[in-house]
Design a protein around this ligand. Structure first.
Ligand code: NAD
Length: 256
């Protein structure tokens, strides 16, 4: 379905980003990976799916590095047809204790990076009259949780940016939508499981159950594979007129 297209997925060396990159690669898209840590493992996993893969290590908190990444992608594969703004970090603390440096980093990586990558991707997508911009927001783009001020503010911002991007391109072949996962068991969430286990004297398994019980009626983690399939749907012909939605995959979290 996506043969000949190129997808750039930010923050795709692990977790949800890697899951989405693999799902798009299975549909034939060439992939540009980004993120910190080991890139060779993820590169090999994507290459094994029979598509071309490249990696750029841009720090998504820096506009100049995002510009370099977008240029690298265009130079390597011609243009970016599918942009998945996924890179993100978390910090948990009450507002009055929230480190200013963490606030700034979360706004930069979780929100401003999506603006920069989007503004740089749009001209080529519009020229081709086809493009898909998928913003990985969160249920925290729709509802709040205590001690996550920067994350919730950034993710609500991402949902707003999604709507504006969709509207500005509504008469073109370029769509923009957001994915809003509930709990997904990635390194980002395992840190919160570990913190809960330590604070409450729980085993890893019981801390996971406790985390789910507080918010997610299904008592199940959403998987990167499931989120990947939602991204594939947004890229399909059937997704042509899906514009500006924030689609939750959250086990009923926001239905409450
Ligand atoms: P993760 O920690 O597994 O992956 C985050 C990715 O972002 C990694 O590849 C990491 O290297 C990269 N990254 C971090 N800082 C970066 C920077 N400055 N520049 C470039 N890359 C950077 O986390 P995840 O859970 O897969 O999170 C992916 C996205 O999904 C995030 O935007 C997160 O907010 C969102 N999300 C996660 C959950 C969840 O439960 N895990 C729920 C809702 C939304």
């Amino acid at each position: 379905m996506l043969q000949g297209k190129t997808a750039l997925v930010t923050g795709s060396t692990s977790g949800i980003g890697l899951g989405i990159a693999k799902a798009l690669a299975k549909q034939g898209a060439n992939i540009v990976l980004n993120g910190f840590g080991d890139a060779e493992g993820p590169k090999a996993e994507i290459a094994a799916l029979g598509v071309k893969v490249a990696y750029h290590g841009a720090d998504m908190s820096k506009a100049t590095e995002i510009e370099a990444m977008m240029k690298f992608a265009a130079d390597t594969f011609g243009r970016v047809d599918i942009l998945v703004n996924n890179a993100g970090i978390q910090h948990v603390a009450k507002i009055e204790d929230f480190p200013i440096e963490r606030w700034d980093a979360i706004i930069a990586i979780n929100l401003s990076s999506a603006f920069h990558a989007t503004r740089l991707a749009l001209p080529a997508m519009k020229a081709a009259n086809w493009g898909r911009i998928i913003n990985v927001a969160s249920i925290h783009g729709l509802v709040g949780s205590a001690e996550k001020s920067a994350y919730v503010a950034a993710k609500h911002g991402v949902v707003g940016l999604t709507k504006v991007t969709a509207l500005e391109n509504a008469t073109t072949g370029v769509t923009c939508n957001a994915i809003c996962p509930g709990w997904v068991l990635t390194p980002l969430v395992q840190k919160q499981v570990d913190a809960k286990a330590q604070a409450m004297g729980l085993s890893n398994e019981d801390a996971k159950k406790q985390l789910l019980q507080e918010k997610e009626p299904s008592m199940q983690f959403t998987t990167p594979e499931e989120l990947g399939e939602l991204a594939v749907f947004f890229c399909s012909a059937a997704g042509n007129n899906v514009r500006g939605v924030a689609w939750n995959m959250d086990g009923g979290w926001t239905a409450q």
